[in-house]
Design a protein around this ligand. Structure first.
Ligand SMILES: [Zn+2]
Ligand SMILES: [Zn+2]
Length: 344
């Protein structure tokens, strides 16, 4: 089959011909319905040599959903033909973190490793999944629509869920970056919390998309952006700030609009840093970076999407268009989430 693979570090990837492997004991072969194209792949492609925690080559694509094609010996609980979504981070399954489904924080597996990240991902007609525990059933959802739930959906769901205790009626949540992840974060905040949602971006179309999802929108290129947001909160600041970009500028904006006792959660891997000092950040502000969510949280995101309360905004592309899609993503020319459909 044709697969889009990262074959060298610091490259954009290329098409290769690879075999479809038969599922061995415990493994499941999935026919790909949709493979989401994630901005983090661009970072993976640009990392300096020697930084990646895994070896090339591998097939890209870490946001996958499709149908069970064949199951290996000993696999129970899934049937060929069943629509499934794939949990992307593959842990050991046995450590304390994996035991509660948080394989994203596995104590044994290399950090940030899973399909499309060290293991072959979904930018091909088929993908081999090492265990049925990474598959969640999709009942009413089209795999092409559902694929971004595995990362864009799950990561933002976890980011919101861990901070629900600070989001009370009258609270404010600020989402910095209103692209695919940001739009998902806005929908999840609206579905799970009573907080007012304020979205920040520099692009007019992203701000318009945020408004259409029920957020108030603030143009970050405006020098008074931080003041505008503080004014919206009567000067107190926001209980939760999700920084989905993660540059020096957005982290500073996040601190400037965060409230005392609030949460600042870094989702974007823009490589920025945040100066920390006693008077430089609000008192008792909790700062955390996050990486994905747990398997139980993925089932919750899928349930939320099946109920219609959140809807990934997707643009569909063929496998042949992958290089062009990465370029468009790089240039900020993707509205919502791009999804590759290798089987049409
Ligand atoms: Zn991603
Ligand atoms: Zn583990």
């Amino acid at each position: 089959m044709k697969a889009y693979r990262l074959t060298r570090e610091q490259s954009r990837g290329e098409f290769c011909e690879v075999d479809i492997r038969e599922p061995g004991p415990g493994e499941v072969l999935v026919k790909i319905g949709g493979a989401g194209v994630c901005h983090s792949d661009l970072h993976v492609m640009e990392y300096p040599a020697g930084i990646l925690p895994y070896a090339v080559p591998f097939t890209l694509g870490h946001e996958n959903a499709g149908w069970v094609e064949r199951i290996g010996p000993g696999v129970a609980g899934v049937q060929p033909g069943e629509p499934v979504i794939v949990y992307s981070v593959w842990g050991c399954g046995r450590c304390a973190a994996c035991r509660v489904g948080a394989e994203n924080y596995c104590e044994q597996a290399p950090l940030f490793s899973g399909c499309g990240l060290g293991h072959d991902g979904g930018m091909a007609s088929h993908m081999l999944v090492p265990s049925a525990r990474f598959l969640c059933p999709l009942k009413g959802l089209d795999p092409r629509q559902a694929a971004p739930l595995t990362d864009a959906g799950l990561t933002t769901y976890h980011a919101v869920k861990r901070s629900l205790a600070v989001l009370r009626p009258g609270s404010t949540a600020v989402v910095i970056g209103a692209g695919g992840l940001g739009q998902m974060a806005i929908q999840i905040l609206r579905a799970l919390s009573p907080a007012r949602v304020v979205a920040v971006d520099v692009l007019a179309d992203k701000l318009a998309a945020a408004r259409s999802l029920g957020a108030e929108a603030v143009d970050a290129s405006d020098a008074g952006a931080a003041m505008q947001i503080r004014d919206l909160t009567q000067g107190a600041g926001a209980e939760l700030v999700l920084d989905i970009v993660g540059t020096d500028a957005t982290l500073q904006l996040a601190v400037n609009v965060a409230r005392r006792l609030g949460h600042l959660t870094l989702v974007g891997i823009g490589g920025g840093t945040l100066p920390f000092s006693y008077l430089g950040v609000p008192t008792e502000l909790s700062v955390a970076s996050i990486f994905y969510g747990s398997i139980p949280e993925l089932t919750e995101v899928v349930t939320l999407a099946e109920s219609g309360m959140i809807r990934p905004q997707v643009e569909l592309f063929s496998l042949d268009q992958v290089p062009d899609v990465y370029q468009r993503l790089h240039d900020g020319r993707i509205q919502g989430r791009a999804v590759i459909t290798p089987n049409g």
